[in-house]
Design a protein around this ligand. Structure first.
Ligand SMILES: CC(C)(COP(=O)(O)OP(=O)(O)OC[C@H]1O[C@@H](n2cnc3c(N)ncnc32)[C@H](O)[C@@H]1OP(=O)(O)O)[C@@H](O)C(=O)NCCC(=O)NCCS
Length: 180
Protein backbone atom coordinates (compact mmCIF):
# COMPACT_ATOMS: atom_id res chain seq x y z
CA UNK A 1 0.00 0.00 0.00
CA UNK A 2 1.36 3.42 -0.94
CA UNK A 3 1.40 6.37 1.45
CA UNK A 4 -0.24 9.67 0.63
CA UNK A 5 3.13 11.31 -0.02
CA UNK A 6 4.09 8.62 -2.56
CA UNK A 7 1.86 10.19 -5.19
CA UNK A 8 0.23 13.49 -6.00
CA UNK A 9 -3.33 14.17 -7.08
CA UNK A 10 -3.90 17.19 -9.29
CA UNK A 11 -6.17 18.37 -12.12
CA UNK A 12 -5.25 17.02 -15.55
CA UNK A 13 -3.05 19.11 -17.81
CA UNK A 14 -3.09 19.13 -21.62
CA UNK A 15 0.05 17.00 -21.72
CA UNK A 16 -1.65 14.27 -19.62
CA UNK A 17 -4.24 13.44 -22.30
CA UNK A 18 -2.38 10.56 -23.94
CA UNK A 19 -1.55 8.93 -20.60
CA UNK A 20 -5.17 9.26 -19.45
CA UNK A 21 -6.38 7.61 -22.64
CA UNK A 22 -3.92 4.73 -22.29
CA UNK A 23 -4.62 4.11 -18.59
CA UNK A 24 -8.34 3.88 -19.30
CA UNK A 25 -7.71 1.54 -22.22
CA UNK A 26 -5.46 -0.73 -20.18
CA UNK A 27 -7.66 -0.73 -17.07
CA UNK A 28 -10.89 -1.43 -18.95
CA UNK A 29 -9.39 -3.48 -21.78
CA UNK A 30 -11.09 -1.52 -24.55
CA UNK A 31 -11.61 1.86 -26.13
CA UNK A 32 -15.11 2.68 -24.86
CA UNK A 33 -13.94 4.31 -21.61
CA UNK A 34 -10.97 6.25 -23.02
CA UNK A 35 -13.28 7.51 -25.76
CA UNK A 36 -15.86 8.45 -23.12
CA UNK A 37 -13.25 10.61 -21.38
CA UNK A 38 -12.54 12.42 -24.66
CA UNK A 39 -16.25 12.96 -25.35
CA UNK A 40 -16.91 14.32 -21.88
CA UNK A 41 -13.87 16.59 -22.13
CA UNK A 42 -15.36 18.07 -25.30
CA UNK A 43 -18.83 18.49 -23.82
CA UNK A 44 -20.55 21.22 -21.84
CA UNK A 45 -20.66 18.98 -18.76
CA UNK A 46 -16.86 19.00 -18.44
CA UNK A 47 -15.43 20.66 -15.32
CA UNK A 48 -11.64 21.01 -15.63
CA UNK A 49 -11.05 20.97 -11.85
CA UNK A 50 -12.83 17.60 -11.69
CA UNK A 51 -10.67 15.63 -14.09
CA UNK A 52 -7.98 14.48 -11.71
CA UNK A 53 -4.84 12.47 -12.21
CA UNK A 54 -2.66 10.58 -9.75
CA UNK A 55 1.02 11.12 -10.47
CA UNK A 56 3.75 8.85 -9.12
CA UNK A 57 7.39 9.72 -9.74
CA UNK A 58 6.41 12.03 -12.60
CA UNK A 59 4.18 9.44 -14.27
CA UNK A 60 0.40 9.58 -14.55
CA UNK A 61 -0.86 6.31 -13.03
CA UNK A 62 -4.54 6.99 -12.35
CA UNK A 63 -7.45 9.14 -13.44
CA UNK A 64 -10.93 10.05 -12.23
CA UNK A 65 -13.56 12.17 -13.91
CA UNK A 66 -16.65 13.85 -12.46
CA UNK A 67 -18.93 15.68 -14.90
CA UNK A 68 -22.30 17.38 -14.91
CA UNK A 69 -25.54 15.45 -15.21
CA UNK A 70 -29.13 16.34 -14.37
CA UNK A 71 -31.74 14.85 -12.14
CA UNK A 72 -35.03 15.33 -13.94
CA UNK A 73 -37.55 15.66 -11.17
CA UNK A 74 -40.82 13.74 -11.34
CA UNK A 75 -42.56 16.99 -10.40
CA UNK A 76 -41.97 18.37 -13.88
CA UNK A 77 -42.79 21.90 -12.82
CA UNK A 78 -39.52 21.97 -10.90
CA UNK A 79 -36.35 22.66 -12.90
CA UNK A 80 -33.86 19.78 -13.22
CA UNK A 81 -31.40 19.49 -10.37
CA UNK A 82 -27.72 19.57 -11.33
CA UNK A 83 -25.58 16.73 -10.02
CA UNK A 84 -22.34 14.99 -10.98
CA UNK A 85 -21.54 11.62 -12.50
CA UNK A 86 -18.38 9.83 -11.44
CA UNK A 87 -17.25 8.14 -14.66
CA UNK A 88 -14.94 6.72 -15.59
CA UNK A 89 -12.13 6.08 -13.18
CA UNK A 90 -9.09 3.95 -13.82
CA UNK A 91 -5.76 3.06 -12.27
CA UNK A 92 -2.95 1.63 -14.39
CA UNK A 93 -2.96 -2.17 -13.89
CA UNK A 94 0.61 -2.08 -12.53
CA UNK A 95 -0.50 0.28 -9.77
CA UNK A 96 -3.89 -1.12 -8.75
CA UNK A 97 -4.78 -2.15 -5.19
CA UNK A 98 -2.22 0.23 -3.68
CA UNK A 99 -4.68 2.88 -2.52
CA UNK A 100 -4.46 5.20 -5.53
CA UNK A 101 -8.08 4.69 -6.61
CA UNK A 102 -9.34 5.37 -3.08
CA UNK A 103 -7.26 8.55 -2.85
CA UNK A 104 -8.67 9.74 -6.19
CA UNK A 105 -12.25 9.16 -5.05
CA UNK A 106 -11.74 10.85 -1.67
CA UNK A 107 -9.91 13.87 -3.07
CA UNK A 108 -12.41 14.09 -5.92
CA UNK A 109 -15.40 14.12 -3.58
CA UNK A 110 -13.72 16.80 -1.48
CA UNK A 111 -13.25 19.06 -4.51
CA UNK A 112 -16.82 18.37 -5.72
CA UNK A 113 -18.06 19.52 -2.31
CA UNK A 114 -15.78 22.58 -2.26
CA UNK A 115 -17.14 23.60 -5.67
CA UNK A 116 -20.66 23.53 -4.23
CA UNK A 117 -22.03 20.45 -5.96
CA UNK A 118 -24.73 18.59 -4.07
CA UNK A 119 -24.59 14.95 -5.16
CA UNK A 120 -22.59 12.40 -7.14
CA UNK A 121 -24.02 9.38 -8.95
CA UNK A 122 -21.95 6.38 -10.01
CA UNK A 123 -22.78 3.18 -11.82
CA UNK A 124 -20.06 0.90 -10.59
CA UNK A 125 -18.72 -1.94 -8.51
CA UNK A 126 -21.04 -2.52 -5.50
CA UNK A 127 -18.05 -3.70 -3.41
CA UNK A 128 -15.95 -0.64 -4.09
CA UNK A 129 -17.93 2.61 -3.83
CA UNK A 130 -19.85 2.09 -0.55
CA UNK A 131 -16.58 2.51 1.40
CA UNK A 132 -16.59 6.17 0.31
CA UNK A 133 -20.18 6.73 1.47
CA UNK A 134 -22.07 5.84 -1.72
CA UNK A 135 -25.37 4.05 -1.08
CA UNK A 136 -28.26 2.86 -3.21
CA UNK A 137 -29.43 5.62 -5.57
CA UNK A 138 -32.92 4.10 -5.80
CA UNK A 139 -33.30 4.21 -2.04
CA UNK A 140 -32.65 7.96 -2.33
CA UNK A 141 -35.49 8.37 -4.82
CA UNK A 142 -33.40 8.30 -8.00
CA UNK A 143 -34.22 6.25 -11.07
CA UNK A 144 -32.20 5.54 -14.19
CA UNK A 145 -33.51 5.83 -17.73
CA UNK A 146 -31.92 2.50 -18.68
CA UNK A 147 -31.68 -0.88 -16.94
CA UNK A 148 -29.15 -0.91 -14.12
CA UNK A 149 -29.05 -3.31 -11.17
CA UNK A 150 -29.89 -1.79 -7.77
CA UNK A 151 -26.52 -2.71 -6.25
CA UNK A 152 -24.53 -0.94 -8.98
CA UNK A 153 -26.61 2.25 -9.07
CA UNK A 154 -25.13 4.38 -6.30
CA UNK A 155 -25.18 7.97 -5.11
CA UNK A 156 -23.74 10.15 -2.39
CA UNK A 157 -25.02 13.40 -0.91
CA UNK A 158 -22.23 15.98 -0.72
CA UNK A 159 -24.26 18.05 1.68
CA UNK A 160 -26.35 16.33 4.32
CA UNK A 161 -29.93 15.97 3.15
CA UNK A 162 -29.25 17.32 -0.35
CA UNK A 163 -31.23 14.47 -1.90
CA UNK A 164 -33.86 14.38 0.81
CA UNK A 165 -37.32 14.23 -0.70
CA UNK A 166 -35.92 14.19 -4.25
CA UNK A 167 -37.74 11.94 -6.71
CA UNK A 168 -36.47 11.88 -10.23
CA UNK A 169 -34.44 10.34 -13.01
CA UNK A 170 -30.75 10.68 -13.62
CA UNK A 171 -30.21 12.02 -17.14
CA UNK A 172 -26.81 11.37 -18.66
CA UNK A 173 -25.83 13.78 -21.44
CA UNK A 174 -25.13 12.64 -25.03
CA UNK A 175 -21.40 12.08 -24.34
CA UNK A 176 -22.43 8.93 -22.44
CA UNK A 177 -24.67 7.53 -25.16
CA UNK A 178 -22.42 4.69 -26.31
CA UNK A 179 -21.03 3.98 -22.84
CA UNK A 180 -24.23 3.11 -20.97
C1 LIG B 1 -11.41 0.04 -9.66
C2 LIG B 1 -10.08 0.78 -9.61
C3 LIG B 1 -10.22 2.17 -10.18
C4 LIG B 1 -9.64 0.85 -8.15
O1 LIG B 1 -8.41 1.51 -8.05
P1 LIG B 1 -7.26 0.91 -7.11
O2 LIG B 1 -6.17 1.90 -7.01
O3 LIG B 1 -6.94 -0.44 -7.59
O4 LIG B 1 -8.09 0.82 -5.74
P2 LIG B 1 -7.58 0.88 -4.26
O5 LIG B 1 -6.19 0.40 -4.16
O6 LIG B 1 -7.89 2.21 -3.69
O7 LIG B 1 -8.59 -0.10 -3.60
C5 LIG B 1 -8.39 -1.45 -3.82
C6 LIG B 1 -9.71 -2.14 -3.67
O8 LIG B 1 -10.41 -2.04 -4.89
C7 LIG B 1 -10.88 -3.33 -5.23
N1 LIG B 1 -10.99 -3.42 -6.68
C8 LIG B 1 -10.03 -3.22 -7.57
N2 LIG B 1 -10.52 -3.45 -8.81
C9 LIG B 1 -11.81 -3.79 -8.64
C10 LIG B 1 -12.82 -4.19 -9.53
N3 LIG B 1 -12.61 -4.24 -10.85
N4 LIG B 1 -14.03 -4.47 -9.00
C11 LIG B 1 -14.25 -4.40 -7.68
N5 LIG B 1 -13.30 -4.05 -6.79
C12 LIG B 1 -12.10 -3.77 -7.29
C13 LIG B 1 -9.82 -4.24 -4.69
O9 LIG B 1 -10.34 -5.54 -4.53
C14 LIG B 1 -9.51 -3.62 -3.36
O10 LIG B 1 -10.51 -3.98 -2.44
P3 LIG B 1 -10.14 -4.27 -0.90
O11 LIG B 1 -9.60 -2.98 -0.36
O12 LIG B 1 -11.45 -4.66 -0.30
O13 LIG B 1 -9.12 -5.34 -0.97
C15 LIG B 1 -8.97 0.05 -10.40
O14 LIG B 1 -8.76 -1.20 -9.85
C16 LIG B 1 -9.25 -0.08 -11.87
O15 LIG B 1 -8.82 0.76 -12.67
N6 LIG B 1 -9.98 -1.13 -12.29
C17 LIG B 1 -10.30 -1.35 -13.67
C18 LIG B 1 -11.21 -0.27 -14.21
C19 LIG B 1 -12.50 -0.15 -13.41
O16 LIG B 1 -13.14 -1.16 -13.11
N7 LIG B 1 -12.88 1.10 -13.07
C20 LIG B 1 -14.01 1.38 -12.23
C21 LIG B 1 -15.26 1.34 -12.99
S1 LIG B 1 -16.67 1.47 -11.91
Amino acid sequence: MLEKEDFEIRPERPEDKAAIWEINRLAFGGEAEPNLVDKIRNSTGYIPQLSLVAVRQGRVVGHILFSLIEIRLDARTDPPMPALALAPMAVHPDFQSQGIGSALVRKGLEICRDLGHVAVVVIGHPDYYPRFGFTSARSKGLEALFPVPDEAFLAIELMPGSLHGVKGSVVYPPAFEEAI
